[in-house]
Design a protein around this ligand. Sequence first.
Ligand SMILES: CC(C)(COP(=O)(O)OP(=O)(O)OC[C@H]1O[C@@H](n2cnc3c(N)ncnc32)[C@H](O)[C@@H]1OP(=O)(O)O)[C@@H](O)C(=O)NCCC(=O)NCCS
Length: 146
Amino acid sequence: MTQFSIIEPITENDLADYYRIRYEILRKPWNQPSATTKDDTEHLSVHLLVRDENGKAVATGRMQFNSPTEAQIRSMAVIDGYQGKGIGSFIIQHLEKIAASKNIKQILLDSRENAVSFYLKNGYEIEAPSYLLFGEIKHFRMIKYL
Ligand SMILES: CC(C)(COP(=O)(O)OP(=O)(O)OC[C@H]1O[C@@H](n2cnc3c(N)ncnc32)[C@H](O)[C@@H]1OP(=O)(O)O)[C@@H](O)C(=O)NCCC(=O)NCCS
């Protein structure tokens, strides 16, 4: 992963890239308005943006803190052409280090059906089916204890 850098987006440019990727990968293919990209828990989260060696923004991830001991992974998105290269796992590992440093005991997430095996590979276990997004994307509640 030396060719990829991971940062917390703070500048206007980084934030624009961060929210653009979230929109393009997680919302646009289902014709959702861009205004739906941000939710009301952005301020409770650590946000991560990955750039390649040329500075191109290629992936996002986010950890929301639900309580002093529980965190939630959200907004995992790797752009087309960069999926399957280990970038998603790189983000998960970084988020888990942040969680451990804050004494978080459990990390949960709601995985889209297509990503369940990705999270299984990263040590998350399926708890139960959860919600249906945009009337068609099945989700599964998954959890990892630190
Ligand atoms: C799901 C996603 C975040 C995974 O990130 P990634 O960088 O592609 O995944 P990695 O390269 O780290 O994959 C790790 C492993 O998961 C496996 N995997 C399982 N399902 C996968 C999927 N849907 N996409 C990519 N890899 C997947 C890979 O085969 C790989 O296994 P390996 O290391 O034995 O080869 C990314 O593919 C993505 O953004 N997909 C589209 C949006 C999405 O579904 N986001 C998740 C919302 S819950």
